[in-house]
Write a protein that binds this ligand. Structure first.
Ligand code: ZN
Ligand code: ZN
Ligand code: ZN
Length: 404
C-alpha cells in the first residue's frame, strides 16, 4: 500500500516529524530525536562515498531530487514538490543544493546543513534547471534519483541536451544495500516497534468486527509504537487472505476465519518496518492448518539459507522447494522477499533470476505465502539482516498460527 493510499484511509495518522516542524509546532522531542540519529544514520562521509561511487561508475554527476536517494546521501527529508530541490553532486567541483527560496529555511534546519555544501536558492521566476545546468558545466553522463519525477527528468534533458541520463540507483545501490551498524540498529528498532503492534493484534481481532475497524486500531498502534508514519495496513480475512495485497474492506470477520495481517511504517529516522503474521479467529479450517504448517517450514528454510555469498535466488528457492514439494507450488504466487531500508521495497529482491550474492549488511524480508483463491491464504514475514554468521531476524513474534 502506498503512503498516499494510507493518507486517504487514515488521514489522522500521518504525523511525520517533517509535517509537525513545518506547521510551526516544533515538537522538541522529535527534533532532538532526529538530530541525535542523523549523525549516525546519515554520516557526513556519505557525500564523499557517493561521489567516489559516481566516479567509479563513469558518471560526471548525480542529480538527487527529494526521495530516498537524497535522504540517504544528505539526511534531508525534503518535500517532493513541483518546485525543484536538487542535490548536485559532480565528480569534479563542489556539490551544491539547488533549493526554492521558500524552502531554504527548512533545508538549513535539515541534516544537509552539516555537509558544508552551498545552498543555492532560486526565485519563483528563475529557471532552476537552466541554473543547475549552467553551474554544472558540460557533462556527458548524469545519474538521476530513481524516484525523480518524469516532469523533472525531462526538464533536465532539455537543459542538458548533450548529457546521457541514467539512474542514480546504478551508483547508489551498492551503498544503500550494505547497511551500516547504525542503519542495522534502526532496522532492529523498527522491527521491535512493529512486533509491539503485532503483540496487540489479538486484542483487536474478533468475529463481528470489520477489517477496517481492526485496521484503524492497528494504524493507531503503529504510531503509538513509535513510528512517524503508517505506511500500510493489510487486514485480509477469509477469502480476502488469498489476495496478497488486499488492504482493508468493510467485510465482517467471521468465526473460524484466518486473517492475514501485514503492517509497516516508517520510523522518525527514516527506516521502515514490515511484518506479517497470520491469525485465526477461533479454530482454523483443517485444510488451512495443513498448509500453514508447510508455510512455517518454508519460511524457516529460507531464513536458514541466508548467509554471505548465497545468491538472492537461492533464498527464494529454499522457501519455494518446501512449498512445491507439498503440492502448493502454484499457490505461492510472489517472490520470497524484498530489500528494506529507507524504502519498504528496495534492493536486493529475493526472487528467482536474481544472482546477486548476499553480503553482510543486506536487509530484506522473507515472506513466503500460500493463497487458495476463494478460500483463504497465509503469509509469514520477518525482516532479516545478513550477518557473517547468517540471517538475523529483527522480528521475533511467534510464527505458529495465532488462534485468537
Ligand atoms: Zn508486499
Ligand atoms: Zn514485505
Ligand atoms: Zn509486508
Amino acid at each position: 500500500m502506498t503512503r498516499s493510499r494510507i493518507r486517504r484511509l487514515f488521514p489522522e495518522f500521518l504525523l511525520s516529524g517533517r509535517g509537525r516542524g513545518r506547521a510551526g509546532d516544533p515538537s522538541l522531542i522529535t527534533l532532538v530525536h532526529v538530530t541525535m540519529e542523523s549523525s549516525d544514520l546519515y554520516p557526513v562521509t556519505r557525500l564523499a562515498a557517493a561521489r567516489e561511487a559516481t566516479a567509479a561508475a563513469g558518471l560526471d554527476a548525480l542529480l538527487l531530487t527529494p526521495g530516498p536517494d537524497l535522504r540517504y546521501v544528505t539526511g534531508y527529508e525534503a518535500l517532493p514538490l513541483e518546485r525543484l530541490t536538487c542535490l548536485v553532486l559532480p565528480v569534479e567541483g563542489d556539490a551544491f543544493l539547488a533549493v526554492p527560496r521558500l524552502e531554504l529555511p527548512a533545508a538549513e534546519h535539515s541534516p544537509a546543513s552539516r555537509l558544508g555544501i552551498e545552498f543555492v536558492p532560486w526565485d519563483e521566476t528563475d529557471d532552476p534547471y537552466a541554473a543547475v545546468a549552467a553551474r554544472l558545466g558540460s557533462v556527458a553522463r548524469v545519474g538521476l534519483a530513481d524516484r525523480m519525477w518524469a516532469m523533472q527528468s525531462l526538464r533536465f534533458r532539455e537543459a542538458m541536451p548533450g548529457a546521457e541520463q541514467v539512474l542514480a540507483g546504478t551508483v547508489l545501490r551498492h551503498l544503500r544495500m550494505r547497511k551500516s551498524p547504525a542503519e542495522m540498529e534502526a532496522l532492529r528498532r523498527a522491527g521491535a516497534a512493529i512486533d509491539a503492534v503485532h503483540a496487540r493484534v489479538p486484542g483487536f481481532l474478533r468475529a463481528g468486527r470489520t477489517e477496517r475497524e481492526v485496521g484503524r486500531d492497528i494504524a493507531e498502534a503503529i504510531i503509538e509504537a513509535g513510528h512517524a508514519t503508517v505506511d500500510f495496513v493489510i487486514v485480509a480475512s477469509g477469502p480476502n487472505g488469498a489476495s496478497p495485497h488486499h488492504e482493508l474492506s468493510d467485510r465482517v470477520i467471521g468465526a473460524g476465519e484466518p486473517v492475514v495481517i501485514d503492517i509497516g511504517g516508517q520510523m522518525p529516522g527514516g527506516y521502515c518496518s514490515d511484518s506479517t503474521r497470520t491469525y485465526c479467529v477461533g479454530e482454523p479450517p483443517a485444510a488451512f492448518a495443513k498448509y500453514y504448517e508447510v508455510l512455517q517450514r518454508a519460511q524457516q528454510a529460507a531464513c536458514d539459507a541466508v548467509r554471505p555469498g548465497v545468491p538472492c535466488e537461492a533464498v527464494d528457492a529454499a522457501a519455494r522447494e518446501v512449498i512445491a514439494s507439498e503440492g502448493y507450488g502454484e499457490y505461492f504466487i510472489h517472490r520470497t522477499g524484498h530489500g528494506i531500508g529507507l524504502e519498504t521495497h528496495e534492493e536486493p529482491y529475493i526472487v528467482a533470476g536474481n544472482a546477486e550474492p548476499l553480503a553482510a549488511g543486506h536487509a530484506f524480508s522473507v515472506e513466503p505465502g500460500i493463497y487458495l483463491p476463494g478460500s483463504h491464504g497465509a503469509r509469514i514475514e520477518d525482516i532479516l539482516i545478513c550477518t557473517e554468521e547468517g540471517g538475523e531476524r529483527v522480528n521475533h513474534r511467534p510464527r505458529e498460527l495465532a488462534v485468537v
